[in-house]
Design a protein. Structure first.
Length: 280
């Protein structure tokens, strides 16, 4: 059996997107891993299924390239909103995820590109919501990497945007060994469900440079929920305002942590790379 898909990306964070609203789509972890392999498969960071929803316009299901499922993905939400906007141009789109309900709106589009904004809801800041293994102040976690008397990275901030994030503040993000440190922290016992790891360098109060290690995917060029978590972490620590441009390896996202209702609004681009067929 074959299944049509779109290969899409948000700032280089790339996806295979399958419309599963009319026919069930339940790939095995082995299938997802094979499709996601960049050497022998299609290659992607995440596999996305657009499913029906009783309470919204669609439900977005997410698998990482390692075959495991995760709660949500910010860059993918923009891609899914672009896809759904074809049937309802300019409408507010209600997209459910395992991480909670979101609202998206496509601001501009053409045949293969666009710009979309997603209301990611309020950040979750209690230690039970991340979740952590033990009670701890999520604004300043008791966690460090390296020697006790001279740690390389320490005292990060934890934020959930429907999925768990930990944000380390650094002076020079280009000097960070993201693969080594990210893989170490992703499976740290403090995070029983694993964690996405961000390294943030504050340029000024409205500009943040960030690199990311995604749980189950490794280094990616961008992470939408990670950009949201990074802005929230910087604002909580008084390092930035509640709105900033977060610049990742793949490019910038504009993030607003709205004071009126505590919601985080993410705005950024969408690109369609090609169409194809999944086999198996």
């Amino acid at each position: 059996m074959t299944r049509p898909f779109l290969k899409m990306n948000g700032l280089g964070n790339d996806f295979v997107v399958v419309d599963a609203r009319q026919a069930p789509f339940s790939p095995s972890a082995a299938q997802v891993k094979a499709w996601g392999d960049r050497a022998s498969g299609i290659g992607f960071d995440q596999l996305i299924a657009i499913e029906g929803s009783a309470s919204g316009d669609a439900f977005m299901r997410v698998w990482n390239s390692d075959g495991g499922t995760v709660e949500t993905c910010g860059n993918a939400l923009r891609c899914v909103s672009w896809y759904l906007d074809r049937d309802a141009p300019g409408a507010d789109l209600h997209i459910d995820t395992l991480g909670g309900a979101t609202t998206a709106k496509v601001l501009e589009r053409d045949a293969t590109t666009g710009m979309a904004s997603v209301d990611m809801g309020a950040p979750r800041l209690d230690w039970t919501q991340i979740p952590l293994l033990e009670e701890m102040n999520t604004e300043r976690l008791e966690l460090q990497v390296g020697p006790i008397d001279a740690p390389l990275y320490h005292t990060p901030c934890a934020v959930s945007m429907g999925n768990p994030h930990v944000v380390f503040f650094v002076e020079d993000v280009a000097a960070v060994d993201v693969e080594r440190t990210g893989s170490l922290i992703e499976n740290h016992p403090l995070f029983p469900e694993g964690v996405n790891v961000e390294f943030a360098q504050v340029i000024d109060r409205n500009t943040i440079r960030m690199r990311v290690w995604e749980r189950g995917a490794g280094i990616t060029r961008a992470c939408g929920t990670g950009a949201c978590a990074t802005l929230v972490a910087c604002a909580r620590r008084g390092l930035s305002d509640r709105h900033a441009t977060v610049i990742m390896d793949g490019g910038p996202l504009h993030i607003l942590w709205r004071q009126a209702d505590d919601h985080v609004i993410m705005t950024g681009p969408v690109e369609v790379e090609f169409e194809g067929q999944l086999n198996g």
